[in-house]
Ligand binder design. Structure first.
Ligand code: 5AD
Ligand code: FES
Length: 351
């Protein structure tokens, strides 16, 4: 009885609490539809039908790190690098505001060109536009996190990627899991809404370790969890590893999202771009499996092809304006609507 999927789903619906063993059984289940429709029901109960849009500005593809799976890794000499100037980043945020976005996500590789002074300037100028600001710029010192928070940034995304220490340290040379966890602690202590998440289907990753990742995300606890399938990039040094699982990890990613929704019923869960890369309806399917956020690309078209974390990224030839209208009609087509609020996890923080 206790190992029965229906029993576990009912338990999660009632208590939003599952142990590692139960999560593992859900990750293994063939009844994916039961799992995703339970998550969809919980999403509707706690958050309604509104979808929050976050305008993604990919402002630099320089990175001093060398994560084996990521196209921005510093040893990828094939990548044409770019940096968007401070004033142009601010102008992109203004444009996003005009398209009706309430949040901008400033994302880049770990690029030391953007000093504390430059970032504080960018953040405080964008703040004047009455936009919520999410940063996704990697591992920084406690001091830097505090400065960015004080300058007006509201949220910070730093995926843990995997909590399997051996795997993390192998895939992220020069970095280590303990330090990344410390960064997430510091982000939280600085007063940000904490966003984290994982990649699903990394070479060497097990379902057991994914169950632990889910428990970890709940223990922080995150206000936002971004889940994306790993997509093999032949221009990265991961191609030198002996064995790569090129399976399509779409369904497994969907399961991870659904489980997170069941055990953290009111957090923000984006329907990620990587999901749409594997399935042309990926974001809508994710929105119907527990997700409630979409992050359309608001970067100018000329830069998009160069922000190639993995191949096959969607919307490479589209403009910010096109993506805005496209996503709106897609969201409406499934009976959902775009939120008019900034979409904070804890609405007390909103003002
Ligand atoms: N496939 C899918 N996602 C990737 N990321 C990095 N490399 C890949 C890849 N090959 C994800 C990481 C990172 C985010 C910005 O992109 O999770 O945190
Ligand atoms: Fe970019 Fe659809 S969201 S073209």
């Amino acid at each position: 009885m206790k190992n029965n999927i229906n029993y576990i789903l009912q338990k999660s619906i009632n208590s939003h609490n599952l142990d590692e063993k139960e999560i593992l059984l859900l990750l293994k289940t063939k009844s994916i539809k039961k799992l995703t429709s339970s998550a969809d029901m919980i999403r509707k109960k706690y958050l309604g039908d509104e979808v929050h849009l976050r305008a993604l500005i990919e402002f630099s593809n320089y990175c001093k790190q060398n994560c084996l799976y990521c196209g921005l890794q510093k040893t990828n000499l094939k990548l044409d690098r770019y940096r968007i100037k401070e004033q142009d980043i601010i102008n992109l945020a203004k444009q996003a505001k005009n398209y009706g976005y309430k949040t901008v996500v400033l994302q880049s590789g770990e690029d030391p060109y953007y000093t504390i002074k430059k970032m504080v300037y960018i953040i405080s100028e964008i703040k004047k536009l009455d936009l919520a600001i999410t940063l996704s710029i990697g591992e920084k010192t406690f001091n830097e996190y505090k400065s960015y928070r004080q300058a007006g940034a509201d949220r910070y995304l730093l995926r843990i990627e995997t909590t399997d220490e051996k795997l993390y340290n192998k895939l992220n040379p020069g970095m280590n899991l303990k330090n990344r966890m410390q960064c997430l602690e510091n982000i939280k202590k600085s007063g940000f809404e904490v966003g984290s998440g994982i990649m699903v289907g990394l070479p060497g990753q097990t379902l057991e370790s994914i169950a632990k990742d889910i428990i970890y995300l709940k223990s922080i606890p995150v206000a936002m969890a971004g889940i994306g399938p790993f997509i093999y990039n032949p221009d990265t040094s991961i191609s030198h590893l002996e064995k790569i699982n090129k399976n399509n990890h779409f369904d497994l990613s969907l399961k991870v999202m659904a489980i997170l929704r069941l055990i953290m019923p009111d957090i923000n869960i984006p329907a990620t771009t990587a999901m749409e890369t594997l399935n042309h309806n990926g974001r809508l399917i994710a929105l119907q499996s527990g997700a409630n956020v979409v992050m359309p690309n608001a970067t100018e078209t000329i830069y998009r092809k160069k922000y190639e974390i993995y191949p096959g990224k969607i919307c490479l030839n589209d403009s910010p304006e096109h993506c805005r209208t496209c996503i709106e009609s897609k969201i409406k087509s499934i009976g959902r609507f775009i939120s008019k609020s900034k979409g904070f996890h804890n609405s007390n923080v909103a003002i």
